[in-house]
Every structure is written in C-alpha cells, then in structure tokens.
Design a binder for this molecule. Sequence first.
Ligand code: NAD
Ligand code: TYD
Length: 334
Amino acid sequence: MQKYLVTGGAGFIGSNFVHYLLSKRKDCQVVNLDKLTYAGNLENLADLKMEARYQFVKGDIADEACVDQIFKSGIDVVVNFAAETHVDRSIENPTDFIKTDVYGTYVLLEAARRYGVKKFIQISTDEVYGSIEKGSFRETDPLMPRNPYSASKAGADRLAYSYWATYQLPVVITRASNNFGPYQYPEKFISLSVTNLLEGKTIPIYGDGRNVRDWLYVGDHCAAVDFLVDQGKDGEVYNVAGGNEKENIEIAKEMVCYLKGSQDSIQFVKDRLGHDRRYSLNADKLKVLGWKPKSSFLTALHETLDWYQKNEVWWKKIKSGKFKQYYQKQYELR
Ligand code: NAD
Ligand code: TYD
C-alpha cells in the first residue's frame, strides 16, 4: 500500500488527480492537505466521504508543525499541487504567492528530506519559461518568468531541483501547459468564459485576443503525473503539453458557437499587465519516455462545456459568494 500526500487536492487539478488516483490505483491511500483558500472547494470531493483510503486535512503547506504531523504518519509519495495560481491576482498582490508557492514548497521539501520519501513530484508550469514568439521551449531552456505567479513557481521549481542536486531527494518536476476541464474555479479563461456565457454575460478578451496558450485536458495532465510517479527519472524536468496551441479569440468563438450564443458576447477589454504573448512546449522528452495525451481538443472542450452546463449549482454557488465582490471590482477597474 503506497501512501500519497496530495497537496492542494481541493483545487481544480488536485481534485481531479485525487479522483484519478483512487480509481486507478487500488493499492494506494491518499492524504489531501489543503488550506481551502478561495480556490479550494470540498464539494469537488463530496463523493469521497465514505472512501476509507482517503483522508482530508485542512492545513497550510507553509505550516511546519502541520506538515510534520502528516509526514510522521508515513508518506511514500508527495504530489505538490498546492499554490496560489491566478496570474491576475499575483499582479494585484504577490504576497501569498511567495508564502505558498515558494516558502510552502520549501517546508514540504524539508519534511520530505527529514522523513525520506520514494518520490516528490513538484507540479511546476510552462509559465516559468516566459513567453516565446516562435518555436517551443525544451526542458533545458533558461527560465524567464515575467509575472509574480510564474516567478514564484520558478523559485519552487528550482528549489525542488536543488533538493535533488544537494540531498538526492527523489524529485521529479513537471511543467504543464494550460489546463481545462471540470471543477476549474471560474476565474480562468475557459471556466470564466463558459460560466459567463451561461449567465448571459460577455467573455472579456484581454488585448487583441491573439495571445496563444497550449491547452491540455485535465484528465491527460493527471495521467501524465501518475505516469511520472513510476517512470520519471529523479532530478529531471518533464514538459507536459496538450499540443493544442490556440489564440484566445479562436477559443472564445468556438465556445460561443457550441453554446449557440451571439458573437456579440465577445468583448475586448483592457490588456493584462505584461501579458505573455505565447506559451509553447516541446514535449518530446515525455513522449520518448512513453507518454502522450489522449484527448482530442474539440471533444474535450465540448465535454467540458457540457459539464459546466450540467453543474450550474457548483459554479453558481462560487460566483454568488466572495467571487462576486472581487470581480465586481475588477470590472469597474477595466
Ligand atoms: P487551484 O487554484 O484551482 O487550486 C489550488 C489549491 O491549492 C486550492 O485547493 C487551494 O485551497 C490550495 N492551496 C493554496 N494555498 C495553499 C496552502 N498554503 N496550503 C495548502 N493548500 C493551499 O489551482 P490549479 O489550477 O488546480 O493548479 C494546481 C497546480 O498546478 C498549481 O501548482 C499550478 O501552479 C499548477 N499548474 C496549473 C495549470 C493550470 O492551467 N491550471 C497549468 C500548469 C501547472
Ligand atoms: P488564464 O486562464 O488566466 O491562464 P494564464 O494566464 O495563466 O495562461 O488566461 C489564459 C489566457 O486568456 C491568457 O492569455 C489571458 C487570457 N484571458 C482573457 O483574455 N480574459 C480573461 O478573462 C482571462 C481570465 C484570461
């Protein structure tokens, strides 16, 4: 029986991963450590209440005593998803990004070193490379993060590597591209856009809408992380790409078309400060190791839109709470 510590397991990718793990690996136990920030939601895991192999701990990855207590119970594998994740929020106030993404990762690495683990997966991001006009980033390219979110993730990414280089902690680092799918907090581009459309509101497109992201279905991301727990080589970085590079405007048009809305619901708004133009990954390293994504972009996007249509109760509750005050302010500022 392998015991996993999944941090940030009540968030978007983390909750998808906890589900993936418990259904795929019958021989595992999962401890989910999550602070339940605005982005953490136990409703994402409501179906696991009776699951004996699953345990939830409300706590902060930057809290040494709490983390120590968990490691004391015996942890084999750590998958660190916990982070502050929204670029726009990091531009407004970077404090929590440094505390969680950098210091929190340090606390986990120290505990993993003290107690010894078989694998420590650090979930980094393609954003650590910065923007690229042409071509695609490889794992060996220099990091050039350009906003406080990506800079804090780059700090954690290299700190994790240093624990391998210095202490031989068995660390594997993943750098995935933009995820989409069920349970994404409705502040990111696709989840905000679909829920806005379903509410009869507009999609706010930053700048000229021609910024490019490479979209990865969250189920594929979970499968890649699970694959790397067994197959990832210690001390190595792996890009995880969806292979679906799209301009934001193209995705907005597709969402409007699928949901039978009016193209007038696409509204161009003020650009994000320092808005990265294009993210692009070369994922050959992971392919050579034996993994590539399975989903077709359009099918996965349509399934995702269906999910938000069917799960209005989930996102309406979020959008009517603190979210409303926060976004009211954002719209007034634009
Ligand atoms: P999310 O914002 O939906 O979830 C983050 C989770 O972490 C929440 O449940 C939150 O409560 C928890 N958390 C925050 N601070 C914490 C702390 N101090 N202690 C414990 N828990 C804390 O984020 P997500 O989109 O699911 O991203 C998960 C990870 O994947 C992040 O590390 C992110 O950088 C990385 N990533 C995300 C994407 C993407 O497109 N969403 C792409 C590549 C990498
Ligand atoms: P986002 O989902 O915030 O992810 P990231 O910035 O981390 O890649 O944004 C994806 C793209 O969509 C990015 O180019 C910014 C753009 N965007 C909008 O045009 N409007 C929005 O309301 C949001 C949230 C993002």
